[in-house]
Write a protein that binds this ligand. Structure first.
Ligand code: ZN
Length: 184
């Protein structure tokens, strides 16, 4: 089975004014991500929404401003993807990797998932660390390059190259994956 892991497409990262708002580059991926997820859902892929969710006194707040605290609206998937979230599974996480202290491994293995596509934010933080843990578990992993973003463009570029060259992930655009690239 195929799965799409949707990383942290949450109000806490994608709404202007939030402490860890990722900026225009992050908002810019919303339409392509929505289109990609609709197509994947229609083709029967499992949609897994990772949701950064912290306790109020989480030690991560020594490094980052307080964000995505359990029980606040910051941990909600953005309204633009709400119907797709309802068709999928939400997995709260408290560290960068979606595998750390979560049931993600069981969710994927119970459904015989072998191929995973990744979308979401931030390319160089939670996408990267989750990609590393996917590759450590030998999942075929594709990062959808027009559906990932970061507040830091240089780190975004580094992370894409690292995932391709060191982790062995495939990079592809959503158009390439839809077989429509030649028409664009
Ligand atoms: Zn966090």
């Amino acid at each position: 089975m195929k799965a799409v892991i949707v990383v942290d497409m949450l109000r806490g990262f994608l709404e202007p004014g939030r402490a860890l708002y990722g900026g225009d580059a992050c908002r810019a991926i919303i339409p392509a991500t929505r289109e990609f997820l609709e197509r994947q859902r229609d083709q029967g892929a499992l949609l897994v929404f990772l949701a950064d969710t912290h306790d109020p006194d989480d030690l991560e707040f020594r490094m980052f401003p307080r964000h995505c605290v359990r029980g606040t609206d910051e941990v909600e998937v953005i309204p633009e993807l709400a119907d797709l979230r309802a068709a999928g599974i939400v997995v709260p996480k408290r560290r960068y990797s979606g595998f750390f202290d979560t049931p993600l491994d069981v969710i994927l293995s119970d459904r015989d998932v072998t191929e995973v596509a990744m979308v979401g934010v931030m390319t160089d933080i939670c996408v990267l660390h989750t990609a590393a843990d996917l590759r450590n578990r030998d999942y075929e992993t594709t990062v959808v390059t027009d559906c990932v973003a970061s507040f830091d463009p240089a780190a975004h570029a580094f992370a894409l190259a690292h995932m391709r060259d060191i982790l062995g992930a495939r990079l592809a655009t959503s158009a390439e994956l839809a077989g429509t690239a030649a028409r664009e």
